[in-house]
Design a protein around this ligand. Structure first.
Ligand code: HEM
Length: 307
């Protein structure tokens, strides 16, 4: 049985947004109001059911201690900066995450306005990012993003905690990346393909003997006990023609999976047998994270109980 919040495993529509808030007084009141946002999302969704408005609500690790919402899920902690020898990722924190998507941009906006109104005096915005589906689901680098995402039948297994008190909940990683599109565009397409590890027109994986160890795919494909570690990615392009990039957002059944991928992307994985020398993801030469936080999205029933 899938116990997750209703929109967590759904495909995002053409428009997405994330809102990260810091509560002035992290505690039960903020948690209750945040949990109540699910009902607000249903009101906005009812304005046009054909737009498939979705909203997932998630909490920062420290709220589990401060807000009496029960013991924290195993392994949940605040995001910590990842500092490799040459590339790094900052931690920017946050108490509450709202992840909203729909096929109508105005409805995404409407829900965010209503969320903000509920927290007008009690929270400040740490980050608000509005984005869109670009062409045939491409990142702004021009590469298809999502090819190896788990299909509908496999998403629950990848994204949801499977047992115990937090069954149906999900760990969330959010990072805003800013692309150096001019630098990237100056690369020959073959070099771009070797940086990603896939072909540009149709996202075919490069053969093992031509795919470099520092390609994005070589970094994030990790096997443990013969099984590939999986996450459910719902990232989206955002920005203006001045500053643009990818809002990376993904859900996983364990936080350790994100830690493992980030360690290989930023070259901090000491057990990395391919190099052991702190090699970083070639993509990070053309994109840099400017924010980063971990959250936990409780199951539907737990969230309803908190409201
Ligand atoms: C600038 C940021 C990023 C960009 C532009 C980007 C782009 C891409 C692209 C184009 C693919 C290949 C197509 C696909 O399978 O989706 C991909 C795959 C993937 N990415 Fe990223 N990505 C970024 C950051 C990350 C981060 C931070 C993580 C993990 C923490 C990650 C995890 C993955 C995984 C697990 C895959 C699938 C690998 C496979 O099974 O083949 N990516 N990404």
């Amino acid at each position: 049985m899938n116990l997750a919040q209703p929109d967590l495993l759904a495909d995002a529509g053409a428009h997405s947004a994330t809102l990260v808030l810091a509560l002035e007084h992290p505690g039960p009141d903020g948690v209750r109001v945040a949990a109540g946002v699910r009902a607000v999302a249903e009101e906005v969704a009812a304005l046009d059911p054909s737009a498939w408005l979705g909203c997932t609500v998630a909490f920062g690790a420290h709220l589990f201690g401060a807000a009496d919402i029960g013991p924290a899920p195993d392994g949940l902690r605040a995001f910590e900066p990842v500092a490799g020898a040459t590339r790094s990722a900052p931690a920017t924190g946050g108490d509450l995450l709202f992840h909203v998507h729909a096929d109508r941009r105005d409805l995404v906006f409407e829900l965010l306005l209503r969320i903000r109104a509920r927290f007008q005096a009690t929270a400040r915005v740490l980050e608000e990012v509005h984005g869109f589906t670009y062409l045939d689901s491409r990142d702004l680098t021009g590469f298809i993003d999502g090819t190896e995402n788990p299909g509908p039948e496999d998403r629950a297994g990848a994204a949801l905690v499977s047992g115990g008190d937090h069954a149906g909940g999900s760990f969330v990683l959010v990072q805003r990346y800013v692309h150096d599109l001019a630098g990237w565009s100056a690369l020959a397409v073959g070099d771009q393909e070797r940086a990603i590890g896939r072909t540009k027109p149709d996202s075919q994986e490069l053969a093992d003997d031509v795919r470099p160890a520092d390609s994005h795919i070589s970094r994030v494909v990790i096997e443990e006990d013969g099984e590939e570690l999986e996450i459910w990615r719902k990232s989206f392009p955002y920005g203006t023609t001045g500053e643009l990039g990818l809002l990376f957002i993904a859900y996983a059944r364990s936080l350790a999976i994100f830690d493992a991928m980030l360690a290989r992307i930023f070259g901090t994985d000491e057990t990395d047998e391919t190099d052991g020398s702190g090699v970083h993801d070639r993509l990070m030469d053309f994109s840099r994270p400017v924010s980063g936080a971990y959250f936990f999205a409780p199951s539907q029933a737990r969230l309803a109980a908190l409201a």
